[in-house]
Write a protein that binds this ligand. Structure first.
Ligand SMILES: Cc1cc2nc3c(=O)[nH]c(=O)nc-3n(C[C@H](O)[C@H](O)[C@H](O)COP(=O)(O)OP(=O)(O)OC[C@H]3O[C@@H](n4cnc5c(N)ncnc54)[C@H](O)[C@@H]3O)c2cc1C
Length: 332
């Protein structure tokens, strides 16, 4: 067996790296949760809690040779990591992939899936019982949630309140937000900018993510070089949302970084990582409608057919079970 690689965090970046290195290196994936949370499906699951078990994927089929250890890491140094309760693990390379935060249920920091499920199902029950709902936010999480709620509950009074002047202010092409605004209004959603809740018995905050990396003492994303090395810590790397390599925090970029680093750690690549210039953004509003910005010159925006085919119909759930080693979610 080759060198030992300790990966801290089993999200999109960490599991991809672990899978790529399994067999070639002695892989130890350290994760605090008992299941991988496919949070890309969180907005649909909020509207229909029966989806949650399919978003919580066990780690037991991910690795054939390596292992997954359920611990919370508190510090990372050259040569090893330390966790709560005296846990310690040495490694030739340490990769920090601790990701980002968001409010419930958009990210999940519960150690036990059963506890997460109990709270998430409670939120969905409140939503089901409300007759008027206001969602605060203008980013993809808020817009997608408004779409999913209006799809599942077409008769609910639904208001989306954005802080700025348009939806999806972070998208490269403003047409994306305009198209989604038209689709939401077409479904009867009241979209306002800078408004206050009107006739709502439930207010949902759908913004408020953040990134810090406490195990490296970083208050934001950790700067890395073109090989994902953390300055001043020999043999320590960072990837995914935790790392600042010049790319936005997105799943497919986290996976792309992981695949690059796997090749680098196995000695197969010497050139530096090239950050993606143009990024895709697919925003379904339920399984059948939505809009997508394509990563092509001019960032063209396409509509419901492509968005449903790309993402809306199953939110990459099947693909993520496959990447985690198989199964379909019926085992929870
Ligand atoms: C609701 C929502 C929807 C999204 N939808 C999309 C989308 O459709 N497409 C897209 O490209 N991006 C999407 N994103 C962004 C995407 O979720 C992130 O880019 C992605 O999660 C980054 O992966 P990661 O592996 O870096 O981190 P994460 O997925 O956050 O994983 C980090 C892992 O590390 C673990 N961890 C953290 N600290 C410790 C510790 N100290 N010890 C042990 N384990 C630890 C966590 O439990 C977690 O499992 C969405 C984000 C949100 C919030």
């Amino acid at each position: 067996m080759g060198k030992r690689v300790v990966i801290v965090g089993g999200g999109y970046a960490g599991v991809t790296l672990a899978g790529e290195l399994d067999g070639a290196c002695d892989v130890v994936l350290v994760e605090r949760k008992d299941r991988f949370y496919h949070n890309v499906g969180a907005m649909r699951a909020y509207a229909d809690a029966s989806l949650y078990p399919r978003l919580l994927i066990p780690y037991d089929r991910l690795l054939r040779r390596g292992r997954v250890v359920f611990e919370e890491v508190v510090s990372v140094e050259t040569g090893g990591v330390k966790g709560t309760g005296g846990f310690a693990m040495e490694g030739d390379a340490i990769v920090v992939a601790t990701g980002s935060r968001h409010v419930m249920p958009f990210k999940n920091s519960f150690r036990e899936s059963a506890a997460f499920l109990a709270e998430a199902e409670g939120l969905s029950a409140e939503l089901a019982a409300a007759s008027g709902v206001t969602i605060f936010g203008d980013g993809p999480v808020a817009v997608e949630l408004a779409g999913e709620v209006s799809w599942r509950y077409p008769k609910k009074r639904l208001q989306l309140v954005g802080a700025g002047e348009r939806l999806l202010p972070g998208a490269g092409n403003p047409r994306l937000g305009e198209k989604l605004l038209g689709l939401l209004r077409g479904r009867g959603v009241i979209v306002e900018f800078g408004g206050t809740p009107s006739n709502a018995d439930l207010v949902i905050q759908a913004f408020g993510g953040g990134i810090s990396v406490p195990c490296l003492g970083a208050a934001g994303r950790v700067p890395v070089d073109g090989h994902f090395r953390v300055a001043g810590l020999d043999g320590v790397y960072a990837i995914g949302d935790a790392a600042d390599c010049g790319e936005p925090p997105l799943t497919f970029l986290a996976r792309r970084q992981a695949r690059y680093l796997a090749r680098y750690l196995m000695g197969g690549v010497t050139g530096v990582y090239k950050p993606a210039g143009r990024v895709a953004m697919a925003v379904p509003l339920g399984p059948k409608i939505g809009a997508t910005q394509l990563p092509l010159p001019g960032l063209p925006v396409v509509g419901s057919f492509v968005t449903s085919w790309l993402k809306g119909r199953d939110l990459f759930i099947r693909k993520n079970w496959d990447l985690m080693g198989g199964g379909n979610g019926s085992t929870f």
